[in-house]
Design a protein around this ligand. Structure first.
Ligand SMILES: Cc1cc2nc3c(=O)[nH]c(=O)nc-3n(C[C@H](O)[C@H](O)[C@H](O)COP(=O)(O)O)c2cc1C
Length: 159
C-alpha cells in the first residue's frame, strides 16, 4: 500500500512520531513517504495570514496519515490552512493524529482531532481511526507505541 504521512511540525515532536510510524509501516511491507507542510513564518497563528510554501500533493497515495500539533486549544493554523486547500479525498483512506503538551485531551486535543477528521470527511475521505499523544504524560513512549500498533494493524486489515 502506498502511504503518505502529511505532517506539520513546529518543534519536531509530531515529526518524530511520524518517523517511527513510517519505519514500522515500511517493516510491514508498505511504501511510505513523509511529506512536510511548510509555511513562511513558523510562528504565524492567524489562519488568514498563513502562507504555505510546501503543500503536499496526496493524489499518489492510497492511504493518507494526517499529523499535526495542537496549538491554542485547537488544530495548528498551518494544518487548518492546508486542509482548507485540499482537493477531494474520494477513494482515499485516512488516519489522523495530533500531539499536544497537556495531559488532558480536552485541552485542545479533542477539538483538533475532530477538526482534522471532519475536514477529511467533508472531502469524502474514509477516516479509519484517530489518535492523540499527550506529550507531557509519563507514559508518552507507550502512547506512541500504541498509536503505531493501532495504525499498523488497521492498515494490515485493508490488505
Ligand atoms: C503556540 C503554541 C500553542 C500551543 N497550544 C497548545 C494547547 O493548546 N494545548 C496543548 O496541549 N499543547 C499546546 N502546545 C504544545 C504543542 O501542541 C506540543 O508541544 C506538540 O507536541 C508540538 O508538536 P511539534 O513539535 O510537532 O510542533 C502549543 C505549542 C505552541 C508552540
Amino acid at each position: 500500500m502506498k502511504i503518505g504521512i502529511i505532517v506539520y511540525s513546529n518543534t519536531g515532536n509530531t515529526f518524530s512520531v511520524s518517523e517511527m510510524l513510517k519505519e514500522e509501516l515500511e517493516n510491514s511491507g508498505n511504501v511510505v513517504n513523509i511529506e512536510r507542510i511548510l509555511i513562511e513564518n513558523n510562528k504565524e497563528a492567524d489562519l488568514k495570514k498563513i502562507v504555505i510554501t510546501n503543500s503536499p500533493n496526496v493524489s499518489q497515495y492510497d492511504l493518507i496519515i494526517f499529523a499535526s500539533p495542537v496549538n491554542a486549544f485547537t488544530l495548528a493554523a498551518a494544518f487548518k490552512a492546508y486542509l482548507n486547500n485540499l482537493p477531494s479525498l474520494i477513494n482515499k483512506k485516512v488516519l489522523c493524529f495530533v500531539t499536544m503538551f497537556f495531559p488532558f485531551k480536552c485541552l485542545g486535543g479533542n477539538r483538533a482531532i475532530n477538526f482534522m477528521k471532519n475536514s477529511a470527511l467533508a472531502k469524502d475521505g474514509e477516516v479509519l481511526d484517530t489518535d492523540i499523544i499527550n506529550w507531557s504524560k509519563k507514559n508518552r513512549q507507550q502512547q506512541i507505541i500504541n498509536l503505531i500498533q493501532k495504525f499498523n494493524s488497521c492498515i494490515k486489515q485493508l490488505k
